[in-house]
Write a protein that binds this ligand. Structure first.
Ligand SMILES: [Zn+2]
Ligand SMILES: [Zn+2]
Length: 308
């Protein structure tokens, strides 16, 4: 089943992910199952808006939820000689790894470089670094920082990972003196609602720097959208390339670079699949608009249709 993707907002799991359990909503075959279905759907709805796309999926019974959102004890595993099958336990609900709804997490103000998300209701229990000094000590002692360069300044710590042949760092993390962190990917800021920000509330009080790095390195760069037609809902992510590294043909390029067209709000770093949720939704909305236009223009005008 290609194209089966977890419906939880910004979760990248799909059917192609090996060994990943991904399930449809339970069928409402009796009252108890109906209740289970409603509650399950209720959890998914908390993570996303009821947009056209979602209503469509619901209508066609194509709401999928992956196992990442279920507690391990809520997943039943069946082994047979040929395969392993997983199933959620009756009544289990997806409550883990859920992002907040977009409009709740999105702030209208432009994104400041140094800020931490302040909407913390209650602090997470672990405090990894007590203060900026402790963080700097921790960063200095990191041995896992192969390919990373760090710079400790008075009011911030900068970590950069370079990748040949690109001029801009592949990953760049700035931790400010209030322990808030900001991530750039090839010069482009991660969107405010990126799962990694939501998960740790954008502060290294909730994650060690080495784990943050590990997680960031585990993501994949979104391929963006192939340019159908230019639109204001896209942006061009240009990554300059070092001149020497180019082959003969490319040497003609005046400003050597690799460019990606992305939907605004592109998550940049995404899991397992080629393109992120934002870009994917953008492509389908363009596609739907195009189909709509085609079918409208294919219909002959009504006799009484007004002339323009
Ligand atoms: Zn998922
Ligand atoms: Zn994207």
């Amino acid at each position: 089943m290609p194209g089966v993707k977890c419906s939880v907002f910004s979760c990248g799991s799909c059917k192609r992910t090996k060994g990943m359990g991904i399930w449809k909503l339970p069928l409402a075959k009796d009252e108890a199952h109906g209740k289970w279905r409603d509650e399950w759907l209720g959890e998914i709805k908390k993570t996303r808006e009821m947009d056209q796309n979602f209503r469509e999926q619901l209508k066609n019974d194509r709401i999928y939820t992956c196992e990442r959102h279920f507690a391990p004890e809520d997943i039943e595993i069946f082994h047979s000689e040929k395969m392993t099958k997983k199933k959620p336990r009756f009544g289990a609900l997806p409550t883990l790894n859920l992002p907040k709804k977009r409009h709740e997490s999105r702030k209208p103000t432009p994104r400041p470089e140094r800020s931490i998300v302040k909407d913390n209701k209650e602090p997470l229990p672990n405090r990894y670094y007590k203060g900026f000094n402790e963080l700097c000590q921790g960063v200095k002692s990191l041995k896992s920082l192969k390919n990373w360069k760090m710079k400790i300044k008075e009011d911030s710590t900068l970590l950069k990972k370079r990748l040949d042949p690109y001029v801009l760092p592949q990953l760049e993390i700035v931790v400010d003196d209030s322990l808030g962190f900001t991530v750039k990917v090839f010069g482009s800021y991660l969107p405010e609602d990126h799962p990694i920000y939501l998960q740790y509330r954008r502060t290294v009080q909730n994650v060690t720097v080495s784990n943050l790095i590990k997680e960031l390195e585990g993501y994949r760069l979104c391929d963006g959208v192939s340019t159908l037609e230019l639109s204001g809902k896209m942006f061009h992510h240009v990554i300059p390339v070092i001149h020497d590294s180019l082959g003969e043909e490319e040497e003609e390029q005046q400003f050597p670079h690799r460019g990606f067209w992305r939907a605004k709000g592109c998550l940049l770093l995404y899991q397992q699949v080629d393109i992120c949720n934002e870009c994917d939704e953008f492509v389908s909305s363009v596609e739907n608009a195009r189909k709509g236009k085609e079918s409208r223009s294919a219909k002959p005008a009504h006799v009484k249709a007004p002339l323009y």
